[in-house]
Design a protein around this ligand. Structure first.
Ligand code: NAI
Ligand code: AKG
Length: 472
């Protein structure tokens, strides 16, 4: 018997009774070409001579999208302009409410707080795709998603500059104890001190994780006269006069300021703990705008109370409140009040990437990726599925269908798929794999409604099948 997932996903890709030639939206310009993305250029060129056909296996109005965590207006506009049903919430949701809501949707858009665990995703019977409107994807069980044919997209660097600029602000603020001076003035106290306040010129910045953010930061820090050392698990080209050091320990011994820009992984959990604080210079500073799990916060509290660490800036925490206005107290993280009681510590509510520029750009980038995937099955820039793309079908190509078959990467599948497709005229076909998941896309011409159903049913019957979509 078909599972709810099959029924629902089928209903999005089951042939409708109308003709397979140009869809009712025939004058519609291909979605990817309409929002100015990097892909748009090449697609637009193709469509200069032949108008792109909107692949329409479903009524776009049937596509249900849930956007959580205040996704930017730019992203919301792109999705609503497609005619999808878009529900928008400013906050993330507690797990039980998330499970209720996710049962119904084909697409979910989140930022860093919403945890899409296997437990949550197994309830998402209709889910085709997840959009992370941020860099990090640690909040999603990517493996579970891939195994169930659910594509995941993110925005890999649109907010990197914003994070780097925040860190620059924090380096100077910590060196000059700006947070404390400002708080004192707000409370009515004049406290003019220079003891243990420093220029940053000539000091050493140690960057842990020299990726998009770390390397951007490196350039800005050198412009302020700092020396930069970095540690990364990969050997990476140094930018400017920065220098890669071979171990984390070496970096901690040299740096006056240590800043963390690694992803959340099992290896980065408590990367900075008691042993690492002991290796840091006396009176040095720690900045964490990566993920809350990377620093052992009780160990930080001890190191700051002991005067070993002269200041810290934290933007991220192991447990973060769901919504603005929520409290940051011990019931969320047992050490919250101890942390708030320290001097020269800047605590920000995960705002590293929160600038107008970054959020607008992320909104466009991720929403465009979602539209491309929903309407055309293109997986370019997916973080968990093989990247596969083909040009848009055009209005000149009536009675064509695009077949998408997501399957287990096991021997013999292509032969079986081609036996099914061999009955038809395959114009183009592309297939790629990532680990044990493979993604096949084929454009088939001269198909009738009955053919589509037959192709779909035959592919669905293969044991390797994870998901079949037929777009036409
Ligand atoms: N506070 C905020 O609002 C934001 C936080 N982030 C966080 O910052 C992290 C870094 O972002 P990007 O620079 O864009 O990532 P990236 O992927 O470009 O760079 C990460 C670097 O860390 C390195 N790395 C991984 N594991 C490591 C380890 N155990 N030790 C040393 N190096 C290691 C990688 O090789 C890579 O070079 C993201 O994963 C995200 O969690 C990102 C954007 C905004
Ligand atoms: O802006 C957000 O919600 C998340 C920023 C972030 O941490 C990321 O992009 O990974």
């Amino acid at each position: 018997m078909a599972s709810p997932r099959d029924i629902s996903r089928s209903s999005l890709s089951e042939p409708a009774s109308h003709s397979l030639s140009a869809s009712p939206a025939a004058t519609f310009t291909s979605p990817p070409a309409s929002h100015g993305s990097f892909l748009a250029g090449s697609l637009a060129q193709r469509t200069a001579t032949a108008a792109a056909k909107q692949l329409k296996p479903f009524n776009t109005g049937d596509i249900k999208i849930l956007l959580l965590e205040n996704v930017n207006q730019t992203g919301r506009d792109i999705l609503t302009s497609q005619g999808y049903q878009v529900e928008f919430l400013k906050t993330s949701l507690p797990e039980d409410e998330l499970i209720e809501k996710i049962k119904d949707v084909h697409v979910i858009g989140i930022r860093s707080k919403t945890k899409l665990t296997a437990k949550v995703l197994q309830e998402a019977k209709n889910l085709l795709v997840i959009g992370c409107f941020c860099i990090g994807t640690n909040q999603v069980d990517l493996e579970y998603a891939a195994q169930h044919g659910i594509a995941v997209f993110n925005s890999p660097f649109a907010n990197s500059r914003s994070v780097a600029e925040l860190v620059i602000a924090e380096i100077i603020s910590l060196a000059r104890q700006l947070g404390d001076r400002s708080l004192e003035m707000h409370r009515g106290t004049w406290n003019k001190v220079s003891a243990k306040c420093w220029e940053v010129r000539g000091k050493t910045l140690g960057i842990v994780g020299y990726g998009h953010i770390g390397s951007q930061l490196s350039v800005l820090a050198e412009a302020m006269g700092m020396s930069v050392v970095y540690y990364d698990v990969l050997t990476l080209m140094a930018i400017g006069s920065a220098r890669q050091v071979p171990t984390l320990e070496k970096l901690l011994e040299e740096a006056d300021f240590v800043t963390l820009h690694v992803p959340e992984t099992p290896e980065t959990k408590n990367l900075i703990s008691t042993e690492q604080f002991a290796q840091m210079k006396n009176g040095s500073y720690l900045i964490n705008a990566s993920r809350g799990t990377v620093v052992d916060i009780p160990a930080l509290i001890k190191a700051m109370r002991a005067g070993k660490i002269a200041g810290a800036a934290l933007d991220v925490y192991p447990n973060e409140p769901a919504a603005n206005g929520d409290y940051f107290l011990n019931n969320l993280n047992t050490w919250a009040e101890d942390l708030r009681g320290l001097s020269n510590i800047i605590l920000t509510p995960h705002i590293g990437g929160s600038t107008e520029e970054a959020q607008r750009a992320i909104g466009v980038e991720v929403a465009e990726a979602l539209v491309r995937y929903i309407n055309q099955g293109i997986t370019l820039a997916s973080v968990n599925l093989p990247e596969v793309t083909m040009r848009s079908l055009t209005l000149d190509e009536s009675n064509h269908a695009r077949v998408i078959y997501i399957h287990r990467n096991v021997p013999g599948v292509l032969r079986k798929v081609n036996e099914i497709l061999a009955e038809h005229n395959v114009d183009k076909q592309i297939s790629d794999s990532k680990g044990d998941i493979a993604y096949l896309m084929a454009d088939v011409s001269d198909v009738k409604t009955e053919d589509i159903k037959e192709i779909r049913d035959s592919l669905d019957s293969l044991s390797s099948r994870i998901m079949t979509r037929v777009l036409y």
